[in-house]
Design a protein around this ligand. Structure first.
Ligand SMILES: *Cc1c(COP(=O)(O)O)cnc(C)c1O
Length: 376
């Protein structure tokens, strides 16, 4: 490893340093009040996050996985139903479908945007299809106008997996506000990250919002009056207080990520063998991850690490080829775009606090590494 350079994949310490005192005060406020589970801090965050997403309601939950599962449960999706999503996602999207008892049906992605290909959507729809879950992968918004248009023509609900897209917007509307519900994760590494686990659902539909509030709290209608079977999916007060404070920094941090992405792409365009991400409207891609494609990925990543640069891979195995989902009967070749992307994608270091010098170092190392693996 080159001792003079160490560029971590992400840097949460640098991210929190400028607001550390405010964060400690916010946590102190929760400790002093004792409102640790649900309660006023969660309500205050919900109010701020729904207005940020420009939706009527927000329901704070325990994780992004909860947000997806409870959305489907609130739509009364269950055994015998089908839910369409993409294989190029984190497994949680598919897990949530299976938890309801429904069957996941996959559509392949668009090779330029890494998101659901709306042209493949219609052939996946059957009389059992109850919902479609597009995923805003890497922070880039899926083609929501097209997805919603197809869904509406069949009367099928759209649930957005916006776990990687806090604050992205297209056609003047935020990620999460196109579907019946929008699902967010506040896992620490996301663009808006908690100090542990948390998630949220946003919606304009009052009936759905009420169902979500009941489902996250053991199906409770009122105290000791349980009318449906729910689960414990509450958000913590401490997470809500931290998130409410950090929400104030989100747009500025997303802007910095977008500038870093532009800088990377300028330096990485035209390097033989290396495919930078397709450019997008700065608002429609919040650069949660900066993902390139390379041949000989394992050797490329090892060479980068030799130069002190940590890369990551999101995700090396598409969900339909994961062992847990083999019962669905899919084989290699079923979703060729997702499979080819999974084989070649590499995520370069990306976080708001990267410096221009670090970006230049990463780009120079990437150019050198790709030259070496191609020549070998
Ligand atoms: C992070 C993530 C989830 C799951 O969120 P958790 O908060 O970890 O449960 C779901 N879908 C996508 C696309 C994600 O990136």
């Amino acid at each position: 490893m080159n001792p003079s350079i160490h560029i971590p994949f992400t840097d949460l310490t640098a991210h929190h340093a400028p607001i550390r005192r405010e964060l400690m005060e916010a946590i102190g406020g929760v400790i002093d009040s004792g409102a640790f589970s649900g309660g006023p801090f969660v309500e205050a965050f919900e109010k701020d996050f729904s207005s940020y997403c420009r939706t009527r309601f927000c329901v704070g939950v325990g994780s992004g996985t909860d947000a997806l599962w409870l959305s489907l449960a609130a739509l009364e999706i269950g055994p015998g139903d089908e839910v369409i999503t993409v294989p190029a996602t984190f497994v949680a999207t598919v897990e949530a479908i299976i938890r309801t008892g429904a069957r996941p049906v996959f559509v392949d992605i668009d090779p330029l945007t890494y998101t659901m290909n709306p042209e493949k959507l219609e052939e996946a729809i059957s009389s059992r299809t109850k919902a479609i879950i597009p995923v805003h992968l890497y922070g880039r918004m899926a083609d929501m106008r097209s997805v919603v248009k197809v869904a509406e023509s069949y009367g099928i609900a759209v649930v957005e997996d916006a776990a990687q897209a806090h604050g992205a917007s297209r056609h003047g509307r935020r990620a999460g506000s196109f579907g019946v519900t929008g699902c967010f994760s506040f896992y620490p590494g996301k663009n808006l990250g908690a100090f542990g686990e948390a998630g949220a659902v946003v919606t304009d539909d009052k009936v759905i919002a009420d169902r979500l509030r009941s489902l996250r709290e053991h199906g409770q209608h009122a105290r000791n009056d349980h009318r449906v079977i729910g689960w414990n999916c509450r958000m913590d007060g401490i997470q809500a207080a931290v998130l409410r404070l950090k929400l104030g920094e989100l747009d500025a941090n997303n802007k910095r990520r977008a500038a870093h992405a532009v800088h990377y792409t300028r330096l990485l365009t035209g390097i033989p063998g290396l495919v930078p991400p397709a450019p997008d409207d700065a608002n429609a891609h919040i650069s949660h991850l900066y993902v390139i494609q390379v041949p000989e990925r394992e050797r490329f990543v090892a060479r980068m690490l030799d130069r002190g640069i940590e890369c990551s891979i999101h995700y090396p195995v598409p969900v339909h080829l994961q062992e847990a989902y083999s019962y669905l009967g899919h084989r290699t070749g079923d979703f060729p775009i997702s499979e080819s992307c999974a084989a070649h994608v590499v995520s370069l270091p990306m976080h708001a606090n990267l410096t221009p010098v670090q970006i230049e170092e990463v780009a120079a190392a990437a150019a050198e590494a790709i030259g070496a693996v191609i020549a070998a």
